[in-house]
Design a protein around this ligand. Structure first.
Ligand code: FES
Length: 101
């Protein structure tokens, strides 16, 4: 596991998500001054969650409106049933870093 710089704090407006491309794309979400990292792919039908809607500390998938907790990845609303993977995240000097394999 290692920390990777994925974006800058200023790359995200409040209540928004940003897709970070990679073999297994992840998404960074901003909620006020808090940041969260999850898989970008919805566990229901593979839609990009960074295109969804951030509501508080929850992400709502834009395709079928499954809802996940950004803090834990827990499913909060069907049709998804499989939790979303989350990643440790830290902010250093305006950089957003995520701990990944
Ligand atoms: S693809 Fe996300 S809820 Fe269906």
């Amino acid at each position: 596991m290692q920390w990777k710089k994925v974006c800058r704090v200023d790359d995200l407006a409040d209540q928004s998500g940003l897709k970070i491309k990679g073999l297994n794309p992840i998404a960074i979400f901003r909620v006020g001054e808090e940041f969260f990292a999850t898989d970008d792919t919805c566990t229901h039908a593979k839609f990009s969650l960074s295109e969804g809607y951030v509501e508080g500390d929850e992400i709502v998938c834009a395709l079928h409106e499954a809802r996940f907790c950004l803090r834990t990845g827990r499913v909060l609303s069907l049709p998804a049933t499989v939790p979303l993977r989350t990643y440790p995240l830290k902010v250093e000097a305006g950089d957003v870093l995520v701990e990944m394999e």
